[in-house]
Design a protein around this ligand. Structure first.
Ligand SMILES: Cc1cc2nc3c(=O)[nH]c(=O)nc-3n(C[C@H](O)[C@H](O)[C@H](O)COP(=O)(O)OP(=O)(O)OC[C@H]3O[C@@H](n4cnc5c(N)ncnc54)[C@H](O)[C@@H]3O)c2cc1C
Length: 308
């Protein structure tokens, strides 16, 4: 267990103060020990994966940050078992090399398997849930740890949602089993590469960022009288949505800056750290974007990113 660890180094945003306690845990027992330590001291705990979807407060976190470092990868025919701490990029490399198809949509998706399962991460019409056979987690909410196995259908997966998100910190994901199909290794690699290239061209990867700040807006939530005006931008992801980047751009906010936080010119649903941004500046800018879009369209944007 380390103390006063800067969370800047553990966030893709390079923003945030220190964690009072920081621990890497590589199995259910050590995860439970870290949670028990937090409970004993009556301080909160937070599970941090790759830090690619979290805005860490400038004041840091006055509790225990727990990093699940569960790092195995194994196959049994079409099944791939993977530890929650494995990066999605490593998983893709592993399955592509074995000619296993079904996760190509995740080419270039940053973060860990645990983070992807918890948020049912998705892109290019695919979602994490599509190939999930089983998830094993540990329930740490009681006086003793309880390991839970769930089939994909029991995980309450929805748009950027799952039972693990709904239970909010009660469970820590230990591992996932994905059921894939036999495919052509060369085609799988090429498809993954295309996604990575698409992201590199469109995402502001030249600046530290945490991906899209807001969820896209389901067409079902858009006032009827606006459907015609948005018809040319509606996309399926995985159901019909109006891209939030379009709404932000139309509200005239591209390039808007508060301190070091800036609405990306390249992809306006990203707020980038354009230089020593503070979390407070990002939060102010998020508020400004929300009120501008609400004023112009009457649409309430909802954050996809998390606050710590
Ligand atoms: C450039 C860029 C592009 C992105 N593109 C996409 C995209 O196309 N689609 C998309 O869906 N997302 C995208 N994201 C957002 C992000 O990458 C995903 O949400 C990712 O799945 C988060 O994983 P992580 O390990 O970084 O999680 P973190 O950011 O560390 O944590 C996110 C949440 O998951 C929880 N968590 C992490 N691990 C576990 C675990 N083992 N058990 C329980 N809870 C856990 C954390 O407590 C936290 O609540 C993008 C981000 C960036 C920076």
């Amino acid at each position: 267990m380390d103390e006063n660890v800067s969370l800047k180094e553990h966030s893709n945003y390079r923003i945030g103060g220190p964690a009072k306690f920081f621990v890497r845990a590589d199995d259910a027992g050590s995860l439970w020990a870290a949670v028990a330590f937090a409970k004993e001291r009556r301080v909160p705990y937070f599970v941090l994966g790759g830090g690619t979807n979290v805005l860490v407060s400038d004041d840091g976190f006055d509790g225990v940050v727990i990093k699940p470092a569960i790092q195995f990868l194994e196959t049994n025919d079409m099944m791939v078992r993977v530890g929650a701490g494995v990066f999605m990029s490593e998983l893709l490399e592993f399955v592509a090399g074995r000619g296993l198809s079904g996760l190509e949509w995740a080419g270039g998706l940053p973060g860990t398997v645990g983070g992807a399962v918890r948020g049912n991460a998705g892109a290019f019409g695919g979602e994490t849930k599509d190939a999930v056979k089983e998830i094993i987690s540990v329930d740490v909410s009681g006086t003793a740890p309880k390991v839970i196995r769930r089939r994909g259908a029991q995980c309450a997966f929805g748009y950027r949602n799952s039972i693990f998100k709904i239970n909010n910190g009660k469970e820590i994901i230990l591992e996932a089993t994905f059921e894939l199909r036999k495919g052509d290794a060369k085609v799988i690699r090429e498809t993954i590469e295309q996604k990575i290239q698409y992201r590199n061209e469109r995402h502001p990867t030249e600046y530290p960022n945490i991906g899209s700040i807001f969820k896209n807006v389901p067409v079902a939530d858009v006032p009827k009288e606006l459907h015609g005006a948005f018809a040319h931008v509606i996309k399926t992801d995985p159901f019909p949505v109006v891209p939030t980047a379009y709404l932000i751009s139309e509200a005239g906010l591209r390039g808007t800056r508060i301190g070091g936080a800036m609405v990306s010119e390249k992809h306006p649903n990203f707020i980038v750290n354009a230089g020593s941004a503070r979390a407070d500046e990002v939060k102010l800018l998020i508020g400004q974007v929300k009120s501008a879009v609400r004023k112009k369209y009457g649409i309430a944007l909802e954050e996809e990113v998390l606050y710590l």
